[in-house]
Each structure stands twice: as C-alpha cells, then as structure tokens.
Design a protein around this ligand. Sequence first.
Ligand code: FES
Length: 174
Amino acid sequence: MHNSSRRGFMGKAFGAVAGVGAVGSLVAMKKSWDPLPSVKAAGFTTLDMSIYKEGELVTEKWRGKPIFVLKKTAEMVAKQTEDQKARDIVVNGEHYMVAIGLCTHLGCIPGYNPDDETFLCACHGGMFDFAGEVTKAPPPRGFDIPPFKIEGNQMILGEAGPEYEAMKNSGVTL
Ligand code: FES
C-alpha cells in the first residue's frame, strides 16, 4: 500500500518533469524554426509614398510579387464612387491605389493605360479601373491589397495595420 502510493507519486513527479522537458524542447524547436531577423526583414517592403507622381503607375515588389502603386490625381479622387473609395489608401492626405499587380483570374500582370485610367489583362481580356476594382470579367474580384501599415510617409507592406484590418473586415480584400 505504502509502496504503491509512493510509486504513484514518483510516476506523477516523473510525468511532471517529462512535461516540463517537452515544453522546454518545444520552445527550443520553435526558436530554431523562427527565421533569422534578416530573413524576417525580407518579408517586408517599405515604400516612401512621397516619391510617387500623380497619375503614374509604378510597379514595386513585395515577396516576389509585383505591387502596383498609383498616386491618384485630384480628378480621380473627386470622381471616386463609394466602392472605389473603400479601396483608397490615404497617406499624409494623398490618395493611392496600392495592390498586388496580378490579375485575380489566373495571375497574369495587367497593363495600365493612363489615357483611360484602366488596367487591361491581355491573357483573357479582364479589366480593372484606377482603384483596382474589376470592371470586366473573367477576373472574379478586384486586385488584392497586401497587408500594410502606414507610418508617417511610409507604407510597410507585409504588416497588417488598422487601415488594412478595416479593409479586410469589410470584405474589400481577402
Ligand atoms: Fe487576367 Fe485571365 S488572367 S483575364
């Protein structure tokens, strides 16, 4: 009786130690899984939004994907519909379309025509407006907006800030 309860105690104590050991080794494994700081930084792209010119499309890169940046003209801002406004990214009072530059149909890179302010995907004829909204099928939705965070003049791609979360929650982007 005395022996068996002692064994029970030893068993529990061993189990507890083994448990602590398991957590310890999980923490160690997690540490070795975490990417190095340099690799983590590679997941972010910081854009200085003050360098862009109104009405000119610039293609940046984030995680190997093209990122369209279009600083909107005053006319574009004035004529925006509510749906277009919902995709608007405002930095220091300036309005931008920033989106992943891949057609949401099968992933081709659409071209921008500044004359009619539209994007045309040459693969199957899909079209998007200057706000990144789809205007002609087959693309099923507008350009996807990457996670972003705004800090002063900078836009950090790869980090989800409150503006991005609000867009995501309202279904503007995936
Ligand atoms: Fe763009 Fe098909 S990939 S329309």
